[in-house]
Design a protein around this ligand. Structure first.
Ligand SMILES: Nc1ncnc2c1ncn2[C@@H]1O[C@H](COP(=O)(O)OP(=O)(O)OP(=O)(O)O)[C@@H](O)[C@H]1O
Length: 287
């Protein structure tokens, strides 16, 4: 975090989201949260607790029957201005999404267009959002972006089916990073990948965060993984945040009984296999 600019990059105040129907589901209940600039915030909780609904709510991606029934989400731009995300619509909202906050989802790698090569798909972001950028610069940046996420730049000519799942997910992360957003929301971004590839990508994300300074909201039900990469962890249950604290404190001394239950449900957190967590960056006291 930048010591000269300690303010949050995002504030969520009393956000409540319902799915309206014959029986209304209160999916997110009165959530308040401040995301620090450059912080990795892990959002944990069992299936159905409201994590994805909250992520969509932050970026105004919800569709009916979902409805924000209360609360505000404010983005604090590094330029100093505040943007009320709930008030954005149409073109300003579309521009805001890639530019200031971007998202990567679990199935994101399958959303690449199968008939266009990677170059065309990466370039499209710049032709849309940076129309004044020249072709040569665009091409250069597309290659740079791939290298940044650990994919050889000559892969720009590949089509999605020529890449492994891990590579495609890296391409999606490159796309989400293309405009250097101040926040990246990642919803189970590595769940579909094998453990080795998952770890490599997570290492890449934490390295890039250190290099570029973006904040991350990282969503997963995999608490051990969150303990490894997060500065702070929020635990959701039944639409509410029941615990919010730094990763070490959540691991060693959770304040809510439910967090303990969640921690105990991961056998890898106990015994020798838990070593990797205790030696993790966030838990070494320097976070
Ligand atoms: N389109 C919908 N219509 C009605 N209810 C919905 C809809 N989508 C989600 N819900 C409900 O909202 C609640 C929160 O769901 P959400 O998908 O946000 O949870 P989650 O924590 O992200 O779960 P998972 O880890 O399984 O993705 C759940 O009770 C779910 O059944």
């Amino acid at each position: 975090m930048n010591a000269l600019d300690p303010g949050p990059v995002l504030s969520i105040e009393n956000l409540s989201i319902d799915y309206e129907g014959e029986t209304t589901v209160h999916a997110v209940k009165n959530v308040s949260l401040a995301l620090g600039r450059g912080e990795i915030l892990g959002l944990a909780g069992e299936s159905g607790c409201g994590k994805t609904t909250l992520a969509y709510g932050i970026n105004k991606l919800l569709k009916p029957p979902a409805r924000i029934v209360n609360g505000h989400v404010t983005f604090h731009d590094k330029g100093g201005s505040d943007i009320a995300i709930s008030d954005l619509n149409g073109e300003p909202l579309r521009a805001f999404r890639w530019d200031k906050i971007s998202m990567v989802f679990q199935g994101a790698m399958n959303s690449l267009n199968p008939v266009l090569n990677i170059q065309a798909q990466l370039e499209d972001i710049f032709t849309t959002h940076r129309p004044d950028m020249g072709k040569a610069e665009r091409r250069q940046i597309c290659g740079d972006l791939l290298e940044r996420v650990g994919v050889n730049r000559n892969r720009v000519r590949s089509f999605p089916h020529e890449l492994s799942g891990g590579m495609r997910q890296r391409v999606m992360i490159a796309m989400a990073m293309a405009l250097e957003p101040q926040i990246m929301i990642m919803d189970e971004p590595t769940t579909a990948l094998d453990v080795v590839v998952q770890r490599e990508i997570l290492r890449e994300i934490t390295r890039l965060r250190a290099e570029l300074g973006f904040a991350v909201i990282f969503i997963t039900h995999d608490l051990p993984l969150l303990l490894e990469i997060s500065d702070r962890i929020a635990v959701m249950r039944g639409g509410e945040i029941v615990e919010l604290g730094d990763a070490r404190q959540v691991y060693t001394n959770p304040s809510h009984a439910y967090t303990r239950t969640l921690l105990d449900s991961f056998p890898s957190l106990t015994g020798e296999r838990g070593d990797f967590i205790r030696h993790g960056r966030a838990l070494e006291g320097s976070a």
